[in-house]
Design a binder for this molecule. Structure first.
Ligand code: UDP
Length: 342
């Protein structure tokens, strides 16, 4: 019997790539999304890539407790991966209540329903944002978390705690894995799914590809006076397909009972620091084009440098990032051209 994984927010950027990898690994996937921050393009792409026109899909809002309860009653869910959340840092500063309400309530509804329906394995999509500005790099899972710099970041920290506490009090009914993502970029090599930012992109790579295709005039590199080798910020950019595969490893680990603790934490990164300028240069080189960019003031709230020590995920889960930045930037460009119809 195939095991079933519920993917909340499964039509979004990360959710759609995870759905593909889960299906390719032999899981049955139930995708649930309210399309609040994505359109149907990626879900259609998932169907094309997997050749599955019959993926169970539920259009619903995870803030609706009754709907979440019904969902857990309708399917036998072996594991749930929770993505359904708002993710724009700036917007969260302007609309904190909207962020706290949506991101916390939806997750608590999932946990409550999971508990009520006999327990479940729960994977929460956390973020390296919980480390704040780290005192030293790379960061391991034991690097202390820092107070969040935005309501968005705070929802990640709070959901981590909510899962930890729920697991502790659940008498073994709920098991959890927190995956702390570094900077997911790129797109599926098929160019049928990828990131579809609404409005002006906040993230670096969508801004780069939109500038290259002519949707944006010029990329601003936020700050070139940081204490880093070239003065620009350093991040751990991880290919979206590599990141998606980490979910398959984590889900399998939970379902097969291989966890060492009832709630585990893993960094999902490459261990490779890349500066903004290095990323821009690599994009130009690998795609053989020139990008219009300028140096601009620092962006408030940016940390100078952060990258993962992925040893725990590599050794414990057996997962490792395999793609080069060049491959990933090629895929990101192919996706931008695909959505532009070129
Ligand atoms: N960045 C930039 N110009 C942009 C967007 C981002 O220079 O238009 C920089 C940003 O300052 C940071 C890095 O790119 O150093 C990654 O930013 P992103 O928002 O993609 O991810 P973050 O690490 O902030 O979550």
């Amino acid at each position: 019997m195939k095991k079933t994984v519920l993917v909340s927010g499964g039509a979004g950027f990360i959710g759609s790539h995870v759905t593909v990898e889960l299906i390719e690994a032999g899981y049955e996937v139930v995708v649930a999304d309210n399309f609040s921050n994505c359109d149907r393009t990626c879900f259609e792409g998932v169907k094309k890539i997997t050749g599955r026109d019959d993926i169970p899909f539920e259009e619903m809002d995870f803030c609706d407790a009754e709907a979440v309860d019904k969902l857990f009653g309708k399917y036998h869910i072996d594991a749930v991966i929770h993505f359904a959340a708002f993710k724009a840092v700036g917007e969260s500063v302007a609309k904190p209540l909207m962020y706290y309400k949506n991101n916390l309530l939806s997750f608590m509804n999932v946990l409550e329903a999971a508990q009520k329906h006999g327990g479940c394995n729960v994977l929460f999509s956390s973020s390296a944002t919980v480390y704040g500005e780290p005192k030293s790099v790379p960061v391991t899972e034991d690097t202390p978390r820092q107070p969040a710099m935005s309501p968005y970041g705070n929802t990640k920290t709070m959901c981590e705690d909510i899962l930890q506490d729920t697991v502790k009090a659940s008498d073994g009914l709920i098991k959890g894995i927190l995956l702390r993502y570094f900077n997911p970029i790129g797109a599926h090599p098929s160019a049928l799914i990828g990131e579809l930012p609404r409005g002006v992109p906040n993230n670096l790579v969508p801004f780069i590809t939109q500038t290259a295709i002519g949707k944006r005039e010029c990329l601003s590199i936020f700050g070139n006076d940081y204490p880093t080798p070239d003065g620009t910020c350093q991040r751990d950019y991880i290919d979206i397909v590599d990141l998606a595969k980490a979910h398959v490893f984590a889900v399998t680990r939970m379902i097969e009972g291989k966890m060492k603790e009832p709630c585990e934490v893993f960094n999902v990164g490459t261990g490779r620091p890349v500066s903004v300028l290095e990323l821009v240069n690599a994009f130009e080189k690998v795609n053989n084009l020139k990008l219009n960019y300028k140096f601009a003031a620092r962006r408030p709230g940016d940390v100078t440098a952060i990258w993962a020590d992925p040893t725990k995920a590599n050794t414990e889960m057996g997962w490792k990032a395999t793609r080069t930045v060049e491959e990933t930037l090629k895929a990101a460009w192919a996706w931008e051209k695909h959505i532009a119809g070129k």
